[in-house]
Design a protein around this ligand. Structure first.
Ligand code: SF4
Length: 267
């Protein structure tokens, strides 16, 4: 799959933006993805899991996911002026306006963090994003085993791993993450990912996310003990390893900036 520029319009793939009061950050959701992961969390819900249930209900009633254009994004950023923006799943690099999105955020002094599967982030494209103001990238490495990667994502992992090595040489903060799926992408594989990351640079932080059960994939979520074991195995290779605790309480208000809940809430 190649990344082709088909349009020079101002449309984006952004369909949802949430603000976190605790660190004055926004999380920006993109609609499309170039992977087809069997356990993609978006199978469960396209909406941020931290927002209150009453808002989720309103969003669910809205039906079709409407996307923002660049002017709409600029208005939101101009009025909110967040300290940090996390661009995430789907896959932000599929958006043909991703450089302009990063530029708009950078012009507002918002630190922009890209969460990506890394497939499109070759040297040329990464440099374009960095020159637009991207400060940090976190690459999700699903697996090192090629067959396992293809089975899970439908794509090969060679480009991901090569792009990760290239990113380590760029002027950008680089982080890594993987998802633990007991019975499918288990502790051994998580250790292989950690070993690979270490071979690139043992100082790159690595986070392990627990798989969240989805109807499309018949595997269970890991226990806390399994997460701790995966962390310990990864720590044999890397200096900084953490894991996400999905049960940790969210502090501060979490508000929806897009879609506009007043409009979406109309019957
Ligand atoms: S790369 Fe992420 S957003 Fe894309 S299909 Fe996989 S889990 Fe979903």
């Amino acid at each position: 799959m190649s990344r082709s520029i088909k349009r020079s319009k101002t449309t984006t793939d952004i369909y949802h933006i949430v603000h976190f009061e605790s660190d004055d950050s926004i999380y920006v959701f993109f609609k499309k993805c170039n992977f087809n992961c069997r356990g993609c969390i978006k199978e469960k819900s396209p909406w941020d899991s931290h927002i209150p249930d009453k808002h989720i209900k309103k969003l669910q009633n809205a039906g079709k996911l409407e996307t923002l254009d660049l002017d709409g994004l600029k208005k939101i950023i101009d009025s909110k002026k967040p300290q940090k923006a996390v661009l995430g799943g789907g896959e932000p690099t599929v958006d043909e306006n991703i450089s302009n999105i990063v530029r708009i955020l950078n012009e507002n002094d918002t630190r922009t963090v890209l969460l990506s599967n890394g497939y499109f982030l070759d040297e040329e494209f990464s440099r374009k994003l960095i020159s637009s103001g991207l400060k940090e990238a976190c690459i999700s490495i699903k697996s090192i085993d090629e067959a396992m990667h293809r089975n899970y994502t439908s794509m090969d992992n060679k480009r991901v791993l090569n792009n990760f090595k290239t990113l380590n040489d760029e002027r950008i903060t680089l982080r890594s993450e993987s998802v633990l799926i007991p019975g499918l992408i288990g502790t051994n594989e998580i250790e292989s990912v950690a070993d690979f990351v270490s071979s690139v640079n043992p100082k790159i932080p690595f986070r392990i996310d627990p798989f969240k059960e989805v109807p499309s994939l018949d595997y269970r979520s890991p226990s806390t003990e399994e997460m701790k074991e995966a962390q310990a195995r990864a720590e044999d290779h890397l200096e900084s390893v953490s894991y996400l605790n999905p049960d940790a309480p969210t502090t501060g208000e979490v508000s929806v900036l897009y879609p506009n809940l007043q409009e979406e809430g109309k019957p």
